[in-house]
Structures are given as C-alpha cells and as structure tokens.
Write a protein that binds this ligand. Structure first.
Ligand SMILES: NC(=O)c1ccc[n+]([C@@H]2O[C@H](COP(=O)([O-])OP(=O)(O)OC[C@H]3O[C@@H](n4cnc5c(N)ncnc54)[C@H](O)[C@@H]3O)[C@@H](O)[C@H]2O)c1
Length: 359
C-alpha cells in the first residue's frame, strides 16, 4: 500500500491467468488511477509477457509463490479456469491477499463456502467478477425494477448464445449462466427470489458435457425467469426481456447504439375481479411508446476495479461479494442435479437472493 488513505492512495495488485479474459483485467488495472499492477502470473509465461507488452515494467512469473511473497501485492485477481479457482484463491487468502475471483467463484458450493468463511475470518475482501452487474444497462434495469417503473415483475427471458469455445472443465451452464444468474441476483428485489430450478441440457456433438442448456426458475411472487445458454449457435445473441405490468424492457447487449429499449406495452386486466370474472373479462392491449434511455458507454471492468478498491479501503463487502458468488453456485449445483434428473425441478433455499444496497 502507498500513502495510507490520503489522496493518491494506491494499492498493489497481481493478475493470475493471462488467457482470454485475464488481459482485460490487466488492461484495466494498468489504466486504473488507484491500482498499481505489479505482477502477471501464468503457467504459460509467454502468454503473460504478451499480455503485459514487451516494454512493460510489470513483472511476469509462472510462480504464484513469488507473487504472494511480494508485500507490494495487496490483492490478487484470479482469471484462471474455474477448476483452479479454489486452490489459487485459498493460497492467496493464506498469504493475506484480498481477492477478485472470476465467475464462477468455485467448482462447488462447498469450495465457495470455504473461501467465503476464510476471507471473513481473516478480514479480507472477497469479490466476484460478476462483470455485467457493473454495466450501465444492468444498473439501469436494477433501478427501474427498484423504483417501480416497470411495475409488477412478470418474467425475465434471457438468451446468451453463440458459437462458443467448448470449455474443457465446465459445461455451458457453469460457463455462461453465471452471467445471467448474477444479473438476476443483482436486479431482483426482495421477495422475488427463485424458488426452484429446472434444467434441461443436451450434448449433440458428443463433447462429454452439456453444450446447449435451458434453465427455468420460478420466482417468489409468481414471476418466472428463463435462461437459454448455448455454445452451438451460428449467430451471437445477447438479449434479455424484462417484463413488468407497467413497462417491458429489452436489453440487447450487441446493439451499442440502443442497448436498452423500454416499451410502454402490456396486457391490462381490470383489477379486483374474482378469478372466474377475470377469465370472462375482455383483455385490453396497451401499445404505447418505446423509449431508448441514453446510457453512458463505459467499460464495466473500470467499475469492477474501482469497487474492489473502495470495498478494501472502506472495509465493507463489495457489491458482488463472496455471498453473491455462493448464491450463484447454489443455483448451478441445483441445475446440475436437475439435468441428471431429466429436468425435474430442484428446490432452492436461497435466502436474500437480491444484493443489498444499490450503488
Ligand atoms: N467476467 C467475464 O465476463 C468473463 C469472460 C470470460 C471468462 N471469464 C472467466 O475467466 C476465467 C478464465 O477464463 P479464460 O477464458 O480466460 O480461460 P483461458 O483458458 O483462456 O485462460 C486461462 C489462463 O490461466 C492460465 N492458468 C491455468 N492454471 C493456472 C495456474 N494454476 N496458475 C497460473 N496460471 C494458470 C492458463 O495458462 C491460461 O493462460 C474463467 O473463470 C472464466 O469463467 C469471465
């Protein structure tokens, strides 16, 4: 740490894993006004060199021990495959380093719980990189739900598909669904938690793991969430519909000029009628305006690194803390059980699914 707490106060960080995602963390920590990137660690040292650039002063190593023995390193960001998160994160906590861990937090609830407990025992920050929670569209949706603008939540329907890399250590649920589940966790208000999960998956190419998956999560209060994740789609789609009684929102993350569209559309049934009368009454369709809110274009990882810094400094849990990572792991484990059971619902006991305070 430098300049304890005053203006210009900075912390030291290392990034472990310089494959596909690690370079994004490396770039953001390098450009951050509050972080000093000291090390990049990868078993493939050449990759780490490429990620920092040939003329960088950031040091490169294959050895995690070297990184962890450097007192200038206050925090470690882990961007290695999911199966390695627990082992690397445990070593970092044992060396009293704060942590940013990529999604999914670990490969099982049990591993995740041990990490959360150990971080709490040592008074260290454990943050999950649930990147989408730091994007302007997701923050906006969260506000719309929280302030009642969309009315009573009816359903969320998310499609996250492309011709994706078939991961060696996890199936498509564990690879892609953490994005959508962490968004759900972030935007859903109290009293709207998923009560169960049904998952159907297929492996039509014989990869040995689910490549095409569908998750259905009934929500407390009567709404429902449905997620489609798929590595075998010819086109890339990143689209979520969030429907409420007052507004329906379409988030298309591949449309930078108009990521969010808010529709004043819906189906109205007069309130206060008995069930039988509701069936007989004429439904009216509301076809109002569409508004596209102006949102800043901002790289989410800037806010991820800023949140990690602020949480450490203020000694408070980050917005996407270890517990949010655990809630996602609980749903993923239940989904894996549901796949084995041919899609039967597996109940969830997920107390307080929504994240506490909005930023
Ligand atoms: N937040 C996001 O939007 C997002 C996007 C993509 C990937 N991810 C996550 O990032 C993580 C990494 O994914 P990826 O696609 O970059 O994987 P990758 O396979 O491309 O890269 C992983 C890197 O980690 C290195 N590595 C493996 N074990 C190591 C160890 N023990 N010590 C040091 N280095 C080691 C490998 O050599 C490789 O360079 C995963 O958890 C993934 O889910 C997050």
């Amino acid at each position: 740490m430098t300049n304890h707490g005053g203006a210009g106060y900075r912390l030291g960080v290392a990034v472990v894993g310089a494959g596909y995602w690690g370079p994004n963390l490396i770039r953001n920590f390098s450009n951050s006004p509050t972080w000093d990137l000291h090390w990049v660690c990868d078993l493939d040292e050449e990759r780490a060199h490429e990620a920092v650039g040939r003329h960088s002063t950031v040091r490169v190593t294959r050895s995690l021990e070297t990184v962890l023995s450097d007192p200038l390193v206050d925090a470690v960001a882990i961007a290695t495959p999911a199966a390695t998160h627990y082992r690397i994160a445990s070593a970092c906590l044992s060396a009293d380093k704060h942590l940013l861990v990529e999604k999914p937090l670990a490969r099982s609830v049990e591993e995740g719980e041990m990490l959360v407990e150990e971080a709490e025992r040592r008074g260290l920050t454990l943050m999950c990189d649930h990147t989408y929670c730091y994007t302007p569209p997701v923050r906006h949706v969260r506000r719309l739900i929280a302030d009642g603008s969309i009315g009573q939540l009816q359903y969320l329907d998310s499609v996250r598909i492309n011709l994706g890399l078939v991961q060696p250590d996890i199936d498509v649920f564990w690879d892609l669904a953490p994005h959508d589940l962490s968004i759900l966790d972030f935007v859903l208000p109290e009293g709207c938690q998923p009560t169960s999960v049904s998952a159907l998956g297929a492996d039509p190419i014989g990869a040995g793991r689910t490549c095409v998956g569908y998750l259905t999560l009934p929500l407390l209060g009567g709404a429902i969430a449905h997620l489609h994740v798929n590595w075998l789609s010819p086109t890339k789609i990143r689209r979520t519909i969030i429907a409420g009684s007052q507004r329906m929102v379409v988030w298309d993350d591949l449309k930078p000029s108009q990521r969010l569209s808010m529709y004043d559309r819906g189906v109205d049934i007069p309130e206060g009628l008995a069930e039988d009368d509701r069936r007989k009454v004429e439904i009216s369709y509301r076809i109002g305006d569409m508004v596209a809110p102006a949102l800043p274009e901002r790289e989410a990882l800037q806010d991820v690194s800023a949140e990690l810094f602020a949480a450490i400094l203020e000694g408070r849990p980050p917005l996407t803390d270890g517990h949010s990572g655990l809630r996602i792991l609980r749903i993923l484990e239940a989904a894996s059980r549901s796949v084995i059971a041919g899609g039967s619902p597996v109940s969830l006991e997920v107390p307080g699914l929504s994240v506490a305070a909005a930023s």
